[in-house]
Design a protein around this ligand. Structure first.
Ligand SMILES: NC(=O)c1ccc[n+]([C@@H]2O[C@H](COP(=O)([O-])OP(=O)(O)OC[C@H]3O[C@@H](n4cnc5c(N)ncnc54)[C@H](O)[C@@H]3O)[C@@H](O)[C@H]2O)c1
Length: 325
């Protein structure tokens, strides 16, 4: 099978590419390297067996001509390219909206033209400011005002969902939407605000681990290979077309306790330092207190459950950063 991965030089996209190459498929990638890196693909390009089935195009999804060629060539499209990360969105507000709305529109238009199956990466951010748990795909959505710019990411991802679902309704395009909750593992960078790589890097460097607010906000974390497994199961299931699925972990932890655990596991002499939100982010920032997914819908359709616990995830991320040092 020929698979197209937009954003394939990114963290999740590169793991997805590896999984399809491992099972004998051809993988096409389009990535503009804005947050991704060819380093994420170097081990695949160095593998003779994989290299002959891996085709990497450094270009933007806003380029219609290259999309025409690539979507025309491939059988399944994973649309992972996006402006991501809280810090990146706040630093590049206009570009982020353009990539996440116009870029997705172009990918979906092309999939519709060629009637190709497409899986769109949305985000748990779409749920907004909920405090209840677990979050179910049919929940209402609560956002802050447009003056608080962090909501632009959630709103743009929500528009992506509507656009994919509209294609499904109007033309039967086999589109699948996944709402990814915090996904972690080797190759994720802490540069754009991702919490685990940031805290692990700080601990290994002997710096203070910076926790925003009182650290009582909680998250679940899913290992990237578990996420990739779920994406592949959904892509293979015709029952997923026109549907939205949460993909996330079930082990909840506060960011404060996460930081203490990382200090313990790295054997670091670092301290955990609490930074008020107003010092860490612009005034228009708001955090979410809690984000726990229900994965019942995904499980019922595919039988999927995550298999990697937090201890193992942290061990793998720590090993990755130690090897990089
Ligand atoms: N990692 C998570 O925890 C998480 C959570 C929720 C949703 N997601 C979604 O999953 C997807 C992948 O995220 P990731 O964590 O791998 O991030 P990432 O930044 O590593 O990957 C995104 C990739 O898209 C590329 N890209 C950005 N704009 C592009 C453009 N215009 N044309 C071509 N390529 C472009 C980047 O260079 C990067 O390689 C994104 O859509 C993101 O919104 C991720």
């Amino acid at each position: 099978m020929r698979i197209l991965i937009t954003g394939g030089a990114g963290f999740i996209g590169s793991h997805l590419a590896e999984a399809y190459l491992r099972q004998g498929d051809e993988v096409y990638i389009i990535d503009d390297l804005s947050t991704g890196s060819l380093d994420n693909l170097a081990h695949l390009q160095a593998n003779k067996e994989y290299a002959s089935r891996l085709f990497v195009h450094i270009d933007t999804i806003l380029n219609r001509d290259i999309l025409l060629e690539l979507v025309g060539t491939c059988e399944v499209v994973f649309h992972m390219a996006a402006a991501v990360g809280v810090q990146y969105i706040l630093d590049n507000p206009l570009r982020s909206i353009q990539i996440n709305i116009q870029g997705t529109e172009k990918v979906l238009d092309m999939c519709s033209k060629f009637k190709k199956k497409v899986l769109i990466a949305s985000s748990s951010e779409v749920y907004g400011k909920h405090l209840h748990a677990p979050l179910v795909e049919t929940d209402n959505i609560i956002y802050g005002p447009s003056s608080k710019f962090r909501w632009s990411y959630a709103a743009s991802k929500l528009m992506d969902e509507f656009t994919a679902l509209a294609h499904y309704r109007e033309s039967g395009l086999p589109a699948i939407v996944v709402r990814l909750f915090n996904t972690v593992g080797p190759r994720q960078t802490g540069t754009y605000g991702m919490v685990i790589p940031r805290l692990v890097s700080q601990a290994l460097a002997g710096k203070d681990l910076t926790v925003y607010g009182d650290g009582e906000q909680s998250r679940t974390f899913t290992y990237v290979e578990d996420v990739v497994h779920a994406l592949m199961l959904l892509a293979a299931s015709s029952g997923a077309h026109g549907e939205v699925f949460n993909i996330g972990g079930v082990e909840e932890i506060s960011i404060k306790n996460l930081a203490y655990r990382i200090v313990e596991m790295t054997g670091s002499s670092s301290r955990v330092k609490f930074i008020p939100y107003k010092e860490a982010f612009p005034a228009d920032f708001e955090d979410m207190q809690r984000r726990l997914p229900s994965i019942a819908k995904l499980k019922n359709l595919t039988g999927y459950s995550p298999t990697t616990d937090l201890e193992t995830i942290l061990t793998k991320v720590i090993e990755f950063f130690k090897a990089k040092a």
